[in-house]
Design a protein around this ligand. Structure first.
Ligand SMILES: *Cc1c(COP(=O)(O)O)cnc(C)c1O
Length: 404
């Protein structure tokens, strides 16, 4: 068992009241709150260790460089990447996917096909659309069923000689579905097609093992795993990263520059143009170490209990429809109540101190699949409690009474 009350003390923002009510933060799929150790780390680094990395001969620069590279190693270890040179720092999942989409599309022929699923976040759709427009590629959509499961047999039927890459979410940010990535990768590899996994919603809530999944690319964001905004990760297999042309040019990513011919740096620096955000990479390392030291298995169990509890409680409310009934789910639950607009519900709930998300959740094609124009969504993290869920449910019922 994890001691949630002790954990809560690590997150200073949770001590707040909003509109005079204790804050209940159920918008963790949008971003997670930061523990004191992460906040303090950022402050300490600026106070004690700030310097541009990989450039200076001086003490501070060397310290900063070491810390940044140690962070890379810790991150590789946390997600069990096969080697740390495959870990590229980006600004977030969005940039990681854009990097792969642009670099990969350059290697394709006109008419080649990309497979993405119906449940993708916009940042796993639009980068592929941009690349497709530029290079004359086509996007095919992997269908899902009404419970929010990818239809694996239909998925397999989409493959042809033109299929060049598959890009799917590990965990849906709307439905909470945990996709069978291992199986999805296996099927793609049987057709010699690589797979990008959008892990934005997974890394904080599941044990990630990139080697066991055999994912060719794995993307995630720091801010969804208790680390700062502005830092993200792309893991890529060497066989692909070596083939890619650099995504951006500038300092850091070069080996030698002349006006006749510029040569590029080795992995991972080839994809890290400009001054790296070493403060955030180290803060991300701190966040991952915090998770590791808190007993990650127990965190997963705790979040699963929260999901089961809230699902049961929501099922008791009349005219409430839950979207996403997959067997394997993370702590995300989306719903609508008949006759009540999700936005009104979210706005009223906010006044009771409960923060949820409403709208299309950056996944419009998915929301439309359910014939909705938006949904209310509650999403959980390690610091949430069943007591908070009780308050949420009772406030939700009061809001429904007011809005009816
Ligand atoms: C949040 C999210 C993204 C985008 O992450 P950014 O941090 O905004 O780049 C992509 N996919 C999923 C599933 C997400 O939840």
């Amino acid at each position: 068992m994890i001691d949630v009350q002790t954990i809560r003390q690590d997150f200073p923002i949770l001590e707040q009241t909003v509109y005079g009510k204790p804050l209940i933060y159920f918008d963790n799929a949008a971003t997670t709150q930061k523990p004191t150790c992460v906040i303090d780390k950022i402050s300490t680094l600026y106070r004690m260790q700030n310097a541009n990395i990989h450039r200076g001969v001086h003490y501070l620069s060397q310290m900063a460089t070491e810390a940044h590279e140690q962070a890379r190693a810790t991150i590789a270890d946390f997600v069990n990447a096969p080697y740390k040179d495959g870990i590229i720092f980006t600004r977030g999942t969005t940039e990681s996917i854009n990097l792969v989409a642009q670099c990969f599309a350059e290697l394709c022929q006109v008419g080649d096909e990309i497979l993405v699923s119906q449940m993708e976040h916009h940042s796993n759709i639009v980068p592929w659309q941009l690349a497709a427009e530029r290079f004359g590629l086509e996007i095919k959509v992997i269908p899902i069923d009404i419970d929010g499961n990818i239809l694996l047999d239909q998925y397999e039927k989409l493959f042809s000689r033109k299929t060049k890459i598959v890009s799917v979410a590990h965990v849906s940010n709307v439905l909470g579905t945990i996709n069978p990535i291992k199986k999805i990768v296996e099927i793609a590899h049987n057709h010699n097609v690589p797979v990008l996994v959008d892990g934005a919603q997974a890394v904080a809530h599941l044990k990630i093992d990139i080697q066991s999944l055999d994912a060719d690319f794995y993307a995630f964001s720091g801010h969804k795993v208790y680390a700062p905004t502005g830092i993200g990760v792309l893991f890529g297999k060497r066989e692909w990263l070596d083939k890619f042309r650099p995504y951006q040019g500038g300092g850091e990513m070069i080996e030698n520059v002349s006006f006749d011919k510029t040569t590029y740096n080795v992995l991972p620096y080839k994809f890290e143009a400009g001054t790296p955000d070493f403060i955030s990479s180290v803060a991300l390392e701190t966040a991952l170490n915090y998770l590791k030291n808190t007993n990650f298995e127990e965190i997963i169990k705790h979040e699963d209990e929260l999901l089961k509890y809230v699902t049961y409680k929501l099922t008791q409310i009349p005219d409430l429809q839950i979207y996403g009934q997959a067997k394997q789910k993370c702590g995300v639950i989306s719903f609508n109540i008949k006759g009540i607009h999700h936005f009104d519900l979210g706005t009223l709930l906010d006044k009771t101190g409960v923060a949820i998300r409403t709208g299309h959740h950056c996944a419009q094609p998915l929301v439309e699949f359910f014939h909705q124009n938006g949904m209310a969504r509650a999403s959980f993290a390690l610091y949430n409690t069943t007591e908070e869920i009780d308050i949420f449910i009772s406030n939700l019922k009061r809001c429904v009474d007011i809005l009816r």
